[in-house]
Ligand binder design. Structure first.
Ligand SMILES: *[C@@H]1O[C@H](CO)[C@@H](O)[C@H](O)[C@H]1NC(C)=O
Ligand SMILES: *[C@@H]1O[C@H](CO)[C@@H](O)[C@H](O)[C@H]1NC(C)=O
Ligand SMILES: *[C@@H]1O[C@H](CO)[C@@H](O)[C@H](O)[C@H]1NC(C)=O
Ligand SMILES: *[C@@H]1O[C@H](CO)[C@@H](O)[C@H](O)[C@H]1NC(C)=O
Ligand SMILES: *[C@@H]1O[C@H](CO)[C@@H](O)[C@H](O)[C@H]1NC(C)=O
Ligand SMILES: *[C@@H]1O[C@H](CO)[C@@H](O)[C@H](O)[C@H]1NC(C)=O
Ligand SMILES: *[C@@H]1O[C@H](CO)[C@@H](O)[C@H](O)[C@H]1NC(C)=O
Ligand SMILES: *[C@@H]1O[C@H](CO)[C@@H](O)[C@H](O)[C@H]1NC(C)=O
Ligand SMILES: *[C@@H]1O[C@H](CO)[C@@H](O)[C@H](O)[C@H]1NC(C)=O
Ligand SMILES: *[C@@H]1O[C@H](CO)[C@@H](O)[C@H](O)[C@H]1NC(C)=O
Ligand SMILES: *[C@@H]1O[C@H](CO)[C@@H](O)[C@H](O)[C@H]1NC(C)=O
Ligand SMILES: *[C@@H]1O[C@H](CO)[C@@H](O)[C@H](O)[C@H]1NC(C)=O
Length: 417
């Protein structure tokens, strides 16, 4: 504790020389010949002493395994780097923080994260949580939000823009495993490049989401629900690029503002569904599968392909778009047996090259996006492996290799390195 106290005083003195009002502190730790800009805390009292004269912390912070219970990070209004909470903390609170590089959590012990004043963050990367309440009531912009695991509550009432990925899933791969239900209510979210939500959803509210897909690497909307059937309602959604995929239990589809889109649309329903795409005018490819009982394409004027593969009874005649010209592909069929026959009640194919189909193309796309996302996460992990050594009690093992690795690792896109 004495040694740590001295270190803190040193950092404050440096800050005091450069800035008077804002008090800058520099997180750093030395391992033998290596310097890392990380400061680890082992108790609340140590944390308080360190932050007493700090408002801006340059660098990363972490929390030792023997820091249990609650951590309250007073005073800091800006943390430029990464806060890693891979520890035995049960709650963490940043009462004064306005901006943050990133918060990284991989913990089943943490029950609460509270960032009451925070306005902007580069990323929230919160994984493998169990019964976590996440509250950031003033954040309006972030680059990445990844929150995966068992979510107890999510409080992001002012979130307006996510420049890259918003992913909220009950597992890290968004495969929608059985899990406890949670609500998704993002009342202010207008703009995100990619929105991915999967899990046992007790409600879904995205009332002002208008644009997605404003980034070439990540784009589109993916919602998968294995809870009770929900209204998949996106009243303002008007711009979607790349892909729009709705999967699982749904009571209705409501996309009244979506008129023109280049996105590949996939609707895969596990509950009987009348698909209302009556506002669509110009589309690319559309695949409807699962328990599709009807489809409405009243306004559709141009498209490349519409494919319906239903597992329940459907009137294909009435469900396919009306005005089909040469060059557009349509098909409709059902695997539901009607009156002792297992022949699909109708199948229409116009044009050539139905071969690959919408399904294949979308499958490929999803794999590519998934791989990109994985490699991004791996890079991030590698860069943090060194930054968090002390947190995980590995400082004895630090050698030349680790020091070099930190410099060689490609920086994650939102980090300051
Ligand atoms: C913080 O600043 C006050 C006033 O300058 C000083 O008395 C105190 O020792 C400082 N605290 C630390 C931990 O440096
Ligand atoms: C911490 O950073 C400050 C400012 O860059 C520097 O003066 C100090 O020597 C560093 N301390 C350690 C232990 O690296
Ligand atoms: C916590 O662990 C760190 C390093 O492992 C050690 O330096 C510190 O004394 C421990 N603190 C307590 C309160 O046990
Ligand atoms: C912290 O968690 C580890 C497991 O990750 C556990 O072995 C250890 O006993 C815990 N430490 C304390 C002080 O609770
Ligand atoms: C936080 O501090 C960094 C580094 O000084 C600065 O670039 C950034 O603008 C600050 N953020 C806010 C919101 O003041
Ligand atoms: C959405 O956000 C992106 C990235 O911040 C921005 O470039 C774009 O202009 C925004 N679009 C709208 C319609 O606000
Ligand atoms: C969804 O959550 C509800 C309530 O928590 C639960 O009863 C139900 O079994 C869950 N469903 C799945 C598929 O996990
Ligand atoms: C992002 O959206 C804005 C406004 O809708 C548009 O002008 C811009 O071209 C888009 N950028 C990309 C990369 O799609
Ligand atoms: C879905 O919307 C309809 C009509 O707006 C409403 O009657 C129904 O209760 C809603 N269902 C759910 C699960 O919200
Ligand atoms: C959709 O495209 C048509 C041209 O096919 C155009 O007339 C119409 O204004 C577009 N609608 C929107 C909302 O962009
Ligand atoms: C299709 O949707 C439009 C607009 O909501 C509606 O007027 C029309 O009756 C629907 N058609 C069928 C066959 O349900
Ligand atoms: C379908 O074609 C008919 C006859 O060409 C035309 O009157 C009608 O407006 C078209 N409907 C749509 C939705 O394009």
């Amino acid at each position: 504790m004495k040694l740590l106290g001295l270190r803190a005083t040193g950092a404050v003195a440096v800050g005091g020389l450069t800035v008077v009002a804002a008090q800058d502190c520099y997180a750093n730790t030395t391992y033998g010949d290596f310097f890392v800009d990380v400061k680890n805390f082992y108790s609340q009292s140590e944390l308080e002493t360190y932050t007493e004269n700090c408002t801006i912390l340059h660098g990363d912070i972490g929390f030792g395994k023997n820091f249990t219970g609650s951590a309250i990070v007073h005073n800091l209004i800006n943390i430029t780097g990464v806060v890693t909470v891979g520890s035995n903390l049960s709650s963490i609170e940043f009462p004064d923080l306005l901006s943050l590089g990133s918060v990284d959590v991989d913990s089943s012990n943490l029950r609460s994260i509270s960032l009451p004043q925070l306005e902007t963050a580069a990323s929230f990367n919160v994984e493998n949580v169990e019964s976590l309440s996440f509250s950031s009531p003033n954040v309006y912009q972030a680059d990445y939000i990844w929150i995966t695991g068992q979510i107890a509550s999510l409080d992001l009432p002012k979130l307006d823009t996510v420049t890259k990925i918003l992913e909220i899933c009950s597992d890290s791969d968004c495969t929608t495993p059985p899990a406890t239900a949670f609500d998704i209510n993002l009342p202010s979210l207008r703009n995100a490049s990619q929105v991915k939500i999967a899990g046992n959803l007790s409600s879904l509210s995205l009332p002002v989401l208008a644009t997605t897909g404003n980034n070439s690497h990540y784009a589109g909307v993916y919602i998968s629900n294995n809870g009770h059937a929900l209204n998949m309602s996106f009243p303002e959604l008007s711009l979607v690029t790349d892909s729009l995929k709705l999967k699982g239990a749904m009571a209705s589809i409501n996309l009244p503002s979506l008129h023109n889109t280049s996105a590949e649309i996939t609707i895969d329903s596990s509950t009987t569904l009348d698909v209302d795409l009556s506002s669509l005018v110009n589309a690319s490819t559309i695949l409807l599968k699962g328990k599709i009982s009807s489809a409405n394409f009243t306004s559709l004027k141009s498209f490349e392909e519409v494919e319906i593969e239903s597992t329940v009874h459907i009137n294909c005649e009435k469900s396919l778009p009306y005005n089909i010209t040469a060059g557009e592909l349509t098909s409709c069929g059902t695997s539901a047996k009607s009156k002792g026959s297992n022949i699909p009640n109708r199948s229409i194919n116009i044009g050539v090259g139905v071969g690959v189909g919408v399904g294949g193309a979308i499958g490929l796309l999803i794999i590519v996006v998934w791989m990109y996302r994985r490699s991004l996460k791996r890079k991030k992990r590698a860069s943090q492996a060194v930054a968090t050594l002390d947190v995980y009690g590995l400082q004895e093992g630090v050698g030349a290799g680790a020091g070099v690795e930190r410099r060689e690792t490609a920086p994650p896109p939102y980090s300051r390195y």
